[in-house]
Design a protein around this ligand. Structure first.
Ligand code: NDP
Length: 495
């Protein structure tokens, strides 16, 4: 097959002089500080966005504060209606958004359509439903009454104010939607700072949000590097940061937030997620499961698995079946609908993965399959299987964020549990077995924010998501997100 033809609207959008999206419209693009956006499929520059100045940051924060005044007073049902409309607009502009996303991130077009647009719309509708269901509680205090006075109390859940949403490059649309939907449904306003590698789709979505009826300033998008994110967090006019990204940046963000003004922060950070195959596992299902767990979007998913533990008697056949499947993957242009495996999102990441291949060789780990950069334009690496020598091999411990499955055999279930938990991270894990009773006994022993059984990586808006240990603080989705986007106010009344 050949590449899908870019829609005229995509070409037109790419050719614009992109400023920041502030106050319900685009500011003029900066004549100097420009960031070039590169298509990782061929290394070609496709657009330029502006690097935010401190003036731009002040402008966006002032706009978000004005937007907050209006939006926080908008009725819950009216807020929900705007978010439902935005979800409809995402779907109506599905192909344009999916193509833009694939151009900037190299995500294969089928994943851009299914996850960055369809799933994002699904999450948006879920959050929209919360707007009308945010409640406090009534409490009867036990204070003593000396002259017949009585007391009652209740709590209010109030929006925290202006949220700074900092988004990584791997799912730049869906993760931005998680953040803006959480903020807007609770009555907060939000400033999104996308990754400098993938700033385009969210700029287009901001326009659609205005079309959906969002008042000016309720959603602003400021483009720029990490410095722009830091300036937003430390700005006196912002109240919360919702960050998704790597552990080192997350620690820096958490520190900035605390030191600047005790800004609330939720940190969704990286992982080194484990998969444990119990002895009864069906080997074909295990191999299929590893494709889902480790190779979707070239492994560039925070919840993706990178550490695979199989019983010593089964590890060779599982790796062999996986290698057979990887050999059939069609590697190619992400704009070709038949492609199953595309490039990674940027050159730096490709080089980082090349470094991991070198490390594996230097440590004499066995490269069972792949293990090389692919010699073609763009940022391609081979899907890779590695057999580690021991639990201390680098590839079993450092997050690669790439299509690299590293294996180690185990002999007993106690050893399996120890290996699965032997990591500073705790975002997700999965166990694969037909023995439900055994699975239910193991689940409490696994130190991770999410434990899947016979599945991995798939997220649902009703199921809370977030990390333990170094994988973060706070939860998105479910009812849990309310804690982080609202302040609980207590009211006591004497009568
Ligand atoms: P980074 O941590 O490098 O960057 C994340 C975002 O933070 C980007 O927008 C970046 O801007 C910005 N940033 C960088 N420095 C600062 C700073 N000092 N203050 C404020 N913002 C800053 O992550 P990546 O973009 O490389 O994404 C990959 C990482 O994200 C992986 O570790 C992955 O595990 C994690 N991740 C976690 C998820 C989760 O839910 N737990 C989900 C998805 C990814 P810029 O890019 O412009 O430098």
């Amino acid at each position: 097959m050949s590449d899908v033809v870019l829609l005229p609207s995509v070409n037109k959008f790419l050719g614009r002089d992109h400023g920041h999206y502030i106050d319900g419209g685009f500011s003029a693009g900066s004549p100097t500080g420009k960031i070039t956006v590169v298509n990782p499929a061929d290394g070609e520059a496709i657009a330029q966005v502006s690097e935010a100045t401190l003036g731009d940051i002040d402008h966006a924060v002032a706009s978000a504060n004005a937007g907050f005044k209006v939006w926080s007073k908008t009725s819950p049902a009216a807020r929900a209606a705007v978010l439902f409309k935005l979800a409809d607009l995402l779907e109506r502009n599905r192909e344009e958004l999916a193509q833009l996303e694939t151009c900037q991130s190299g995500k294969i077009i089928q994943i851009s359509r299914a996850f960055e647009v369809d799933q994002a719309a699904h999450f948006l509708r879920y959050y929209a439903g919360w707007a009308t269901k945010i409640t406090g509680e009534t409490i009867t205090p036990s204070l003593p009454s000396f002259a017949g006075e009585r007391y009652t109390a209740f709590t209010l859940r109030e929006p925290v104010g202006v949220v700074v949403g900092i988004v990584p490059w791997n799912f730049s649309t869906m993760i931005a939607i998680w953040k803006l939907a959480s903020a807007l449904t609770t009555g907060c306003s939000i400033i999104i700072k996308p990754s400098e590698f993938t700033p385009l789709t969210i700029l287009r979505i901001a326009e659609l949000a205005t079309e959906a009826g969002l008042p000016p300033g309720a959603l602003n998008v400021v483009t720029g590097s990490g410095a722009a994110g830091k300036a937003l967090i430390e700005h006196a006019g912002t109240n919360k940061v919702s960050f998704t990204g790597s552990v080192p940046t997350g620690i820096a963000v958490g520190k900035s937030a605390m030191e600047a003004k005790l800004t609330r922060s939720t940190l969704e950070l990286g992982g080194k997620n484990s998969v444990g195959f119990l002895r009864d596992v069906d080997l074909d299902k295990a191999a299929d499961g590893i494709i889902e767990a480790g190779f979707l979007h070239s492994g560039q998913i925070c919840a993706a698995a990178e550490r695979f533990f199989a019983h010593r008697s089964q590890i060779e056949p599982i790796m062999e079946k996986l290698a057979q499947r990887l050999a059939t993957l069609k590697i190619g242009s992400p704009m070709d609908e038949s492609t199953q495996f595309g490039p990674v999102t940027n050159k730096q990441h490709q080089q980082k993965l090349a470094g991991f291949f070198e490390t594996a060789r230097a440590e004499n780990s066995t490269i069972v399959y792949g293990g090389k950069v692919i010699d073609r334009p763009g940022c391609y690496v081979e899907p890779t299987i590695i057999l580690a020598n021991s639990a201390s091999d680098t590839l079993l411990n450092e997050e690669t964020f790439g299509p690299i499955a590293t294996f180690l055999p185990y002999d007993t279930e106690e050893e399996l549990l120890h290996l699965m938990n032997d990591t500073p991270y705790g975002l997700s894990a999965s166990i694969w077995t037909n023995d439900l009773s055994k699975a239910l006994r193991l689940i409490p022993e696994i130190k991770a924010g999410t434990v899947w059984v016979n599945m991995h990586t798939l997220l649902d808006p009703a199921v809370p998501f977030g990390g333990v240990k170094a994988s973060g603080i706070g939860r998105e989705f479910g009812a849990a997100f309310l804690e982080d986007y609202t302040e609980l106010k207590s009211v006591m009344i004497r009568y």
